[in-house]
Design a protein. Structure first.
Length: 423
């Protein structure tokens, strides 16, 4: 299905470009990006794989799940292109379809422990590279990042008072900080499987704080801290958890005392602004829910923006699940919510001895999606499809094992080798 030995640089590159996603043409956010090209190439590989090698039942089941989910964007994309002349919906639907082979390739290579570690380190360094882009913009080189394809020409610029918020390469400061925040779950994975030391988790938390300082975005940092706390509590009996908790508490206290809160202390203390921001978010959430209830099959991206403006005087739903509900319908949004939370709960299973990268990422993504419309971002589109594949595979494996083995670790029994020739 692939060369007998998969070079470890290939999984690393898949992880890296998943989050560090340049624009192939320095134009709008709808312009082709690196993941679009990789998704198309991996789609051809997937067709060859299925026709020449076939797939085991559980992998085939997982593939069928994401293909069935992809029918909704496919139908909406065709309708938007042929009947509605809705370019945003057309492009987003096409990107969703291109995300499927990229996601499936990530899942396949991550079945192997060494390749899974390589994917994780690729993700880690891709997030760090995003901070470099943020720093370039923060220090006055925003136009340069746009000219070389590290940001879109129509990237949304924003400020907090007189403070500049670096937008990054994902369209907005909030979205770029969310990508950087993936450092924390990736580092937790690497730490708990013994591939790195506790300092990597602390450094990752510091890098997310730095991104928060460059973007004046707090939500991603709050989600990261919550995920870190939940994992430490769920696995508190492990010696690794005790060491990490001690180090994190010490570093966080000293940093807060001598440096201050990341993202601007004044923003954390501006209670009027916090109240106003919360009110706007609740209002837009309510409007998006109302639209999705009135149009359970979705209204597309362009019409969704218009309806949000009419109902909430704001085009953003401020929630990725509601974004999908408005654009593609309640059924798809509910299914994605269910599959992600099923997988995320595995990261908090204290009886599991088998750590996987996907559950800890699902826990982070589950929290991030309550804050912004991250499913306009092709990186998160791919990640969601990756998590859906992993969740479907987990469910298929659990059903096959049957009730008598319900207490076995959810990933136990997966046949892992140093290459993919066993599939």
């Amino acid at each position: 299905m692939m060369p007998h030995r998969v070079p470890l640089r290939l999984p690393w590159l898949l992880g890296f470009f998943l989050v560090f996603n340049p624009y192939l043409l320095p134009a709008s956010e709808l312009a082709p990006r690196a993941t679009d090209a990789l998704g198309a190439a991996l789609g051809l590989w997937l067709v060859w794989l299925f026709c020449s090698k076939g797939l085991p039942v559980r992998l085939f089941t997982a593939l069928v799940v994401i293909l069935l989910i992809g029918v909704v964007p496919l139908v909406w994309g065709l309708y938007a292109y042929n009947a509605a002349s809705d370019l945003p919906t057309t492009v987003l639907s096409l990107r969703w379809l291109l995300a499927i082979p990229y996601a499936f390739a990530l899942f396949l290579v991550a079945l192997d422990p060494r390749q899974r570690t390589s994917v994780a380190w690729g993700l880690w360094w891709g997030c760090v590279a995003n901070i470099v882009v943020l720093a370039l913009q923060f220090y006055g080189l925003e136009q340069l990042t746009k000219d070389v394809g590290l940001a879109a020409q129509d990237t949304l610029e924003s400020e907090y008072g007189e403070e500049y918020r670096a937008p990054g390469m994902h369209g907005h400061a909030n979205g770029s900080t969310a990508i950087v925040s993936l450092l924390v779950p990736v580092s937790l994975y690497l730490y708990y499987v013994g591939k790195t030391r506790s300092w990597t988790v602390v450094v990752s938390l510091g890098l997310v704080s730095l991104a928060t300082q460059l973007t004046y975005t707090r939500a991603a940092l709050l989600v990261s801290l919550t995920v870190l706390l939940m994992v430490l509590v769920a696995h508190f009996r492990r010696s690794r958890s005790a060491r990490l908790a001690t180090l994190v508490v010490l570093v966080v206290l000293l940093t807060s005392l001598y440096v201050g809160l990341p993202g601007g202390t004044e923003r954390w203390e501006d209670f009027n602004r916090i109240r106003e921001n919360a009110s706007v978010r609740l209002q837009t959430n309510a409007a998006a829910l109302q639209i999705s209830m009135e149009h359970p099959l979705g209204v597309g991206a362009e019409s969704g923006v218009e309806m949000m403006r009419d109902k909430a005087a704001n085009e953003a739903t401020h929630d990725a699940y509601l974004q999908i509900a408005v654009m593609y319908g309640l059924a798809l949004a509910g299914l994605l919510f269910l599959l992600i939370i099923i997988l995320a709960l595995q990261a908090l299973n204290p009886t599991s001895t088998a750590w996987r990268l996907e559950p800890i990422l699902a826990l982070q993504v589950f929290g991030l999606f309550f804050w912004e419309e991250h499913l306009s971002n092709p990186s998160f589109m791919i990640m969601v499809n990756w998590l859906v594949v992993a969740s479907a595979y987990l469910i298929a494996a659990s059903l096959r094992r049957g009730a008598p083995h319900a207490r076995r670790p959810p990933w136990q029994g997966v046949r892992e080798t140093n290459n993919l020739s066993h599939l």
